[in-house]
Design a protein around this ligand. Structure first.
Ligand SMILES: [Zn+2]
Length: 208
């Protein structure tokens, strides 16, 4: 066994007054490396890193309006990751309110779609002004009068009313609100969902 060059003078120094130089015990062999090594931490934490994307930071900075009149963000339960129907994940939040309560645009932007579907009932799709995010409002009792695709909306504009259309329980009127990233302007329904809760402004329906 060879000693590193730097250790030789040190060893000589420490053993100079010693009665005898005892042989060092043999080094244990290194264990075999495991076949699979863990990934570096920052790769495993890909999702939190994604949260630092500039567009998400900008969204957090301006803060989404809680899109139901009179409701503050601290009254919304985080059900984003809850299972639905045994196979789907909710990917949205439910904002409980009395039937007929005004549903407000969460952000400045454009109405992309006004329509109906099986689960959502009466729904509105909108985007922010830069078409970076899509907003989905579902279970509406009714739409705001005259609301139409292509229309510009400002944060806080009434776009509809809370209801139970679609698969919402008839005794639990609420707004199902979803935030998605728009990866393709024509297929805005397919973008990855983002939990909107951290992006809501804290003051109730503050129009800044
Ligand atoms: Zn929901």
């Amino acid at each position: 066994m060879r000693l590193p060059a730097i250790l030789i003078p040190l060893l000589a120094l420490t053993t100079a007054c010693a009665p005898a130089l005892r042989p060092l015990p043999p080094m244990a062999p290194l264990p075999e490396p495991p076949a699979e090594s863990p990934e570096p931490m920052d790769v495993r934490l890909a999702r939190p890193v994604e949260l630092l994307a500039p567009e998400l930071l900008a969204l957090r900075e301006r803060g989404l309006l809680v899109p139901v009149e009179g409701v503050s963000a601290d009254r919304i339960t985080d059900t984003f990751s809850d299972p639905r129907d045994g196979q789907r994940v909710h990917n949205a939040v439910d904002i409980l309110a009395k039937r007929g309560t005004a549903v407000l645009a969460a952000d400045d932007g454009v109405i992309l779609r006004v329509g109906k579907n099986t689960l959502g009932g009466n729904v509105v799709w909108a985007s922010d002004a830069t078409r970076t995010f899509a907003y989905y409002y579902a279970h509406l009792d009714a739409w705001a009068h005259g609301l139409k695709e292509g229309q510009s909306v400002s944060r806080g504009d009434v776009i509809g009313y809370v209801g139970t259309t679609g698969n919402a329980p008839k005794n639990v009127p609420h707004l199902h609100f979803q935030l998605l990233r728009m990866t393709d302007a024509r297929r805005f329904t397919d973008g990855p969902p983002i939990n909107p809760l951290p992006y809501f402004a804290l003051s109730p329906n503050a129009t800044r």
